[in-house]
Design a protein around this ligand. Structure first.
Ligand code: ATP
Ligand code: MG
Length: 200
């Protein structure tokens, strides 16, 4: 994916990305101070926020090949399981129950399968939101600070899943994180933002 001359002004923020390449099949880390525009950039890539100008070349990806986990996960008023399979239903894709239950088991969510998603703890919500993102084997995953409430074991598991998927699916990952020292080990490319600009 290549982002060129992208501009967006909202409130006091002036986002300007002159040229940013998110190379396919690699794990990218993105960090920067609060309010520098990371979430806004991700939302623009997802098509949730309209830029004022500029181009995003998806290089053959369709919008439905990309997914994003948000800082405050939005969950459907339904069970944990129904939330996880929703992206598959949306795309009319086959539901591989065994694979899904194995993922849920690994993440410790299987015992909560029929629980109402709204009653989950904050770490459990992040797990659900991560599984819901990866369940349809997307080509590109944008992760917005989704690992902040995970226990160390779950964090290690999710890193493992990311590395696995990047190998098997050749998927591209753009991971926003403030926990740079903990996440850095899996990043193959790093990008730093300040005041709406990529600075490194
Ligand atoms: N709809 C809006 N109206 C006004 N200001 C907005 C709007 N959306 C975002 N902003 C402002 O734009 C700036 C960038 O927000 P953004 O959420 O992209 O930051 P961020 O880098 O993700 O920060 P954080 O690390 O806290 O998540 C912030 O100052 C925010 O207040
Ligand atoms: Mg943010």
């Amino acid at each position: 994916m290549r982002i060129t001359e992208l501009r967006k002004k909202i409130g006091s923020m002036d986002l300007y990305i002159r040229d940013l390449v998110i190379e396919k099949g690699r794990i990218h880390g993105l960090t920067g101070p609060n309010g520098c525009g990371k979430t806004t950039l991700l939302k623009i890539i997802m098509g949730i926020t309209e830029p004022d100008s500029g181009t995003i070349d998806l290089e053959g990806l369709r919008p439905t090949d990309i997914t994003m986990t948000s800082q405050r996960p939005y969950l459907m008023h339904a069970s944990v399981y129904d939330n996880i399979v929703y992206p598959l239903k949306l795309r009319g894709a086959r539901i591989n129950r065994e694979e899904i239950e194995e993922l849920m088991e690994r993440a410790g969510l299987l015992p909560l399968k029929q629980q109402y998603a709204g009653s989950l703890s904050s770490g459990e919500r992040q797990k659900l939101s991560f599984l819901r993102a990866v369940v349809f084997h997307p080509s590109m995953v944008l992760i917005d600070e989704t690992f902040s409430n995970l226990d160390p074991e779950s964090e290690a598991l999710f890193k493992e899943i990311i590395i696995d998927r990047r190998k098997t699916d050749r998927s591209t990952w753009l991971i926003v994180s403030h926990q740079w020292d903990r996440m850095n080990s899996i990043f193959e490319e790093t990008h730093f933002m300040e005041k709406g600009r990529i600075v490194k």
